[in-house]
Design a protein around this ligand. Structure first.
Ligand SMILES: [Zn+2]
Length: 107
C-alpha cells in the first residue's frame, strides 16, 4: 500500500491542536507552515486590529489634555490656571475632609 499522499500533521503554536498542513498558511519565505493554524491566525489578526484601534482611541484621549502642546499662549495660560485651580480645589477639599475627620475624633 503506497502512501504517496502522506498526511502531515503540524501542531498549532496557539491552540495546540494537531492539524493537517492544509490548515496552516505557508510562510512565503521558507515555504513551511506558519506557527499558527489559519483559524488562530485569523483571530490573532483580528485581536491585533482591535488592540491597535484601542491604542489609537487611548492616544486620542490622552493627547487631548496636554496643555503644554497648545500653541496659543493665552489659551495655554488659561488652561494652566484652570488646572491649578482644580488642583488647589481638590487639595482644599481633602484638607477640609481631614479637618472634619480630626474634629470628629476630638469629640
Ligand atoms: Zn490554532
Amino acid at each position: 500500500m503506497e502512501t504517496s499522499k502522506k498526511l502531515t500533521l503540524h501542531v498549532c503554536g496557539r491552540c495546540k491542536r494537531m492539524l493537517p498542513i492544509e490548515a496552516f498558511y505557508l510562510d512565503k519565505k521558507t515555504n513551511r507552515p506558519q506557527n499558527y493554524c489559519k483559524e488562530c491566525r485569523k483571530s490573532v489578526n483580528r485581536n491585533h486590529r482591535n488592540v491597535e484601534k484601542q491604542n489609537i482611541v487611548n492616544k486620542e484621549k490622552t493627547a487631548y489634555p496636554v496643555i503644554t502642546l497648545i500653541k496659543d499662549p493665552a489659551v495655554r495660560k488659561e488652561l494652566i490656571r484652570h488646572a491649578l485651580d482644580t488642583v488647589s480645589e481638590s487639595i482644599e477639599r481633602k484638607r477640609k475632609k481631614l479637618m472634619a475627620i480630626e474634629a470628629e475624633q476630638d469629640i
